[in-house]
Design a protein around this ligand. Structure first.
Ligand SMILES: NC(=O)C1=CN([C@@H]2O[C@H](COP(=O)(O)OP(=O)(O)OC[C@H]3O[C@@H](n4cnc5c(N)ncnc54)[C@H](OP(=O)(O)O)[C@@H]3O)[C@@H](O)[C@H]2O)C=CC1
Ligand SMILES: N[C@@H](CC=O)C(=O)O
Ligand code: NA
Length: 436
């Protein structure tokens, strides 16, 4: 028995996927039963790094997703369109779908999963978050009996690479980004990575799986790393922290008669050096899951790259193939409950003002007597208690004052900042970061 794969895309991940499928030796025996039947690309004449017969290459992607012979469509195109439409058309033609496309899934999950559930087909996405790191299947299966309390992840390799180099070299963001682009670690248009969009897509997907409801992407707060300065990294280091772009999904404490609320957010964060996420460096990703009764568990590995990402893609294909082998009449309306996604309701996301966290803030002020006292009074007026106040630097004529607060409601902290901005002695708030 063989399962016919319609591969959409033969770029980085498509090539890695084809390489695994074409060399089944030493892998799970079921890989031998997976056949690359058609491959859809934009440009047939392009030289390819993998041996695919010209006869199965086509630019007619619609013909692949509607081909009655194809069992599983593997979407590795990237972008929103035509990826979304092709996934929907594949589902309409009762094909199972494997995708690495977090941008499409985080925006169109409702439409895609409603269609898939109606047609009795699977849409699998292990590669979409953390690349090769198993995290989607663990959340659906191995950790499924846990009540998840929080997921805290470093889910974007580009920004972790940039922050790691800024920390190691004392360099500025713009210089490291330019170098990372030259080395091929950052894309020519790095916006999705450095502004936190990519991490927001990924945490929306993880939050949905962990907390059993749909997530509206527009409710996911995201802030990138473009404003993190070399000075912040250096102060953080002195205070015992490293700065990481964290993606967080966490249950809010609420009274028992209140509806459950989640925080789902992405922002640069001061992480205590002893926290397991602090040592995740370079392009590596890690996802730290806290649940009951599992406690704490961390998934670590390569979040991108042809091989690792393809490992996740083929594991999804294998999961589907194993079901097709054991179910007599697939597609079936009785989807495997641990592989399907049947959420109906939307999770309620709490506004950022309700977040309770510690903050790090860097102020530029006149070097005049009593400035720290004025800052302290404004913080005190809003009930913000300070854990530490450090004045160690100067930026030209201006004094640099760094504070770390105790836990405070974000709304109160922002009110204190509004008051501080109006103080004559305060030139500007150079930086504002949350602390884990
Ligand atoms: N790269 C990585 O490390 C990771 C990628 N992903 C995700 O995997 C997916 C694929 O990424 P990646 O492999 O890097 O992308 P690439 O840009 O390397 O490859 C895209 C492929 O899709 C084909 N393609 C794109 N648009 C069309 C179109 N309109 N019609 C026909 N063919 C098209 C291209 O054809 P042609 O070759 O002819 O140009 C190419 O083969 C994305 O969703 C990405 O987010 C997820 C995790 C990690
Ligand atoms: N751009 C992403 C790679 C794919 O998900 C990253 O930098 O992590
Ligand atoms: Na993964």
């Amino acid at each position: 028995m063989s399962f016919k794969i319609g591969l959409l895309g033969l770029g980085t991940v498509g090539t890695g996927t084809a390489e695994i499928l074409l060399s089944p030796e030493g892998r799970h025996p079921l890989v031998q039963e997976l056949e690359i039947y058609r491959v859809g690309v934009r440009d047939i004449s392009k030289p390819r790094d993998v041996q695919i017969s010209k006869e199965i290459l086509t630019t007619d992607l619609e013909a692949i997703v509607t081909d009655p012979e194809v069992d599983i469509v593997v979407e590795l195109l990237g972008g929103l369109e035509p990826a979304r439409s092709l996934i929907l058309k594949a589902i309409a033609h009762r094909k199972h779908v494997v995708t690495a496309n977090k941008a499409v899934i985080s925006r169109f999950a409702e439409e895609i999963y409603d269609a898939a559930n109606e047609k009795g087909v699977y849409v699998m996405l292990e590669a979409a978050v953390g690349g090769g790191i198993p995290i989607i299947q663990p959340l659906k299966q191995t950790l499924g009996v846990n009540r998840i309390q929080a997921i805290t992840g470093i889910v974007n390799g580009t920004t972790n690479y940039i922050l790691t180099r800024m920390q190691n070299e004392g360099a500025d963001f713009a210089d490291v980004l330019a170098d990372a682009q030259k080395l091929g670690y950052a894309e020519a248009d790095p916006t999705a990575d450095v502004e936190g969009f990519d991490a927001a897509d990924k945490i929306a997907i993880l939050a949905s799986l962990a907390f059993g409801g749909r997530i509206k992407l527009e409710e996911v707060y995201h802030e990138g790393i473009t404003k993190v300065g070399a000075a912040d990294i250096s102060y953080a280091e002195k205070l015992g922290f490293v700065i990481k772009l964290l993606a967080v999904a966490k249950q809010m404490p609420v009274a028992s008669n209140q509806p459950e609320q989640l925080q789902v957010r992405v922002h640069p964060t001061l992480v205590p050096k002893q926290h397991p996420l602090a040592s995740v460096s370079g392009v590596y990703n890690a996802i730290f899951v806290e649940g009951d009764p599992i406690g704490q568990v961390m998934f670590y590995g390569r979040g991108a790259g042809a091989g690792p990402t393809a490992s996740a893609v083929v594991s999804d294909i294998l999961n589907i193939a194993s079901i097709l082998k054991t179910v007599s009449q697939p597609p079936t309306p009785n989807l495997h409950p641990l592989l399907a996604c049947t959420h109906q309701h939307y999770c309620q996301i709490a506004p950022m003002d309700e977040l309770v966290t510690r903050f790090y803030a860097r102020f530029l002020t006149n070097d005049s007597p009593g400035v720290i006292g004025h800052l302290g009074t404004s913080f005190g007026n809003q009930g913000v208690s300070l854990e530490s106040v450090v004045q160690t630097g100067f930026q030209g004529e201006l004094a640099e004052i760094v504070v770390v607060t105790h836990d405070v409601r974000e709304g109160n902290f922002r009110q204190a900042l509004a008051e501080i901005r109006s103080l004559d002695a305060v030139d500007s708030i150079a930086s504002l970061l949350r602390v884990l």
